[in-house]
Design a protein around this ligand. Structure first.
Ligand code: PLP
Length: 454
């Protein structure tokens, strides 16, 4: 038996009572969690007073930056007026209705309706059911299978973890559930071999066609992918990829689902990632940047194609969450979107800070341990390489990525590592000098890797 932790020690209390997501609990408890206490702009501060530049916007979500008092005010005001009411059984609230309208003002002409959830994972479960319900309502109940991609992340619920292509997640809990199939991701650097990125993009996109043939078109309901695969390593697809995927989904009459949980709300310099890639999905889960993480809220954008069937043919969708369209979360999200609009943050990412970040990020490609450094808008993926001339990767990718990430952390910079890829996803408000600081600190960590691993 270990001694009870002293109550003054928050990390010890945490270790005794708090089980964390995606954390090695034994290691965490031995070391004690970092306690984050406050935040402002792109900076967070821990309980020892240390300041970090958060180049990851929390978990890809704090798009408008920390410390927005007007979002807190909007939530406070709403909480006083109507802290809660549901949207079940024929009711709505002002913030929920206005938020749905506001979101629709930034989507394409056929993507005008939204179903609210509390998170991206719930949004995944929601579209997953919707896709099946849609085909059933059209008299095709056998169209139930969904094709997703290896290494994708779509959340941690049972459907989310199943649709995601993370092996380690599948190993916990006997996943994936039945009816879900995975094809390869468009990860040219690691898997492209001698093909050009453009050739490789077409090749992996056509795996979708081959998988549909294998399963039978009449059994496939949908294909899902993130416009840019985020947690899987910021895998930016070759430009040939998305047009071919969109063509195949249309030709084979299967629903195209774009997971916009990370890419939505300005990250790629457009309101939604699919707009950057020039296609329109049938369903699109959203979350994160919808409220910049100030309060939990997500949803599914639903195309007319699907919504019309749900409304006219189905009528009642037996699905919903107590907090679907929660008025306080919706009020916070409305204010968040107002800020994005008023400050022109989407345009800023497209025309100003995005290109600045892209050039700075790309400049790291001159480093001996960097294979490539790609970005779109304010999302970047940097490939660590043991030998950049042959695209040879390090033998222990996780150790290498952790080494770079930890060096950054020790120097006051928060970046994420997925295996041997370094990921950046800062607030859309990051300044040029803050971008310079990210690059400078990351470069120092790359030097450290070069000097410590032969
Ligand atoms: N989809 C994508 C692309 C994500 O990156 C995430 C979370 O990181 C999710 C879904 C799940 O969202 P949540 O964590 O809000 O459930």
């Amino acid at each position: 038996m270990t001694d009870m932790p002293p109550l003054s020690n928050l990390a010890a209390i945490d270790a005794a009572h708090h089980l964390h997501p995606f954390s090695d609990m034994k290691q965490l408890n031995a070391k004690g969690a970092r306690v984050i206490q406050r935040a402002e702009g792109v900076h967070i501060y821990d309980s020892t007073g240390r300041k970090y530049l958060d180049a990851f916007a929390g978990l890809w979500c704090v798009n408008v930056g920390y410390g927005r008092k007007s979002i807190a005010d909007a939530a406070y005001k709403q909480m006083q007026e109507l802290p809660y009411y549901n949207t079940f059984f024929g009711t709505t609230t002002e913030p929920a209705a206005l938020l749905a309208q506001k979101i629709a003002s930034h989507t394409g002409e056929n993507l005008k309706r939204v179903f609210f959830t509390n998170s991206g994972s719930e949004a995944t479960d929601t579209w997953f059911r919707m896709a099946r319900v849609y085909w059933k309502a059209l008299g095709k109940p056998e169209k139930t299978l969904v094709i997703a991609r290896k290494n994708a992340y779509h959340g941690s619920t049972v459907a989310g973890a199943s649709l995601g292509g993370m092996k380690l997640m599948h190993e916990q809990g006997n996943l994936p559930i039945e009816g879900i199939h995975h094809i390869n991701q468009p990860y040219w650097y690691a898997e492209g071999g001698d093909l050009s990125p453009a050739e490789f993009g077409l090749k992996v996109a056509r795996e979708l066609e081959a998988k549909i043939d294998e399963l039978g078109e009449e059994r496939v309901a949908a294909f899902v992918a993130e416009p840019i695969q985020g947690a899987g390593g910021v895998i930016i697809p070759p430009e040939t990829y998305w047009p071919e995927i969109a063509r195949i989904c249309k030709a084979r009459n299967i629903l195209l689902v774009a997971d916009e949980v990370i890419c939505g709300f300005g990250r790629l310099g457009h309101w939604f990632g699919h707009q950057y890639y020039g296609f329109e999905p049938d369903l699109a889960p959203i979350a994160k940047g919808l409220s910049s993480g100030y309060l939990p809220i997500g949803g599914v954008l639903v195309s007319d194609r699907v919504a019309d069937v749900m409304v006219e043919e189905l009528g009642d969708f037996y699905h919903g969450f107590t907090y679907s369209g929660h008025p306080v979360c919706a009020a916070a999200a409305l204010e968040n979107i107002r800020i994005i609009e008023e400050e022109g943050l989407v345009e800023r990412v497209r025309d100003d800070i995005g290109p600045y970040f892209a050039a700075a990020w790309k400049s790291l490609e001159d480093h001996a341990v960097v294979g490539e450094a790609e970005s779109v808008g304010l999302i970047g993926g940097l490939q660590l390489a043991a030998d950049k001339s042959t695209r040879r990767r390090y033998a222990k990718p996780d150790d290498i990525g952790s080494l770079v990430r930890n060096h950054c952390l020790e120097n006051g910079l928060i970046l994420r590592a997925t295996g041997d890829r370094m990921l950046a996803s800062p607030a859309l408000t990051i300044s040029r000098s803050e971008v310079d600081e990210v690059i400078e600190k990351l470069r120092a960590a790359l030097d450290h890797l070069r000097d410590s691993v032969s």
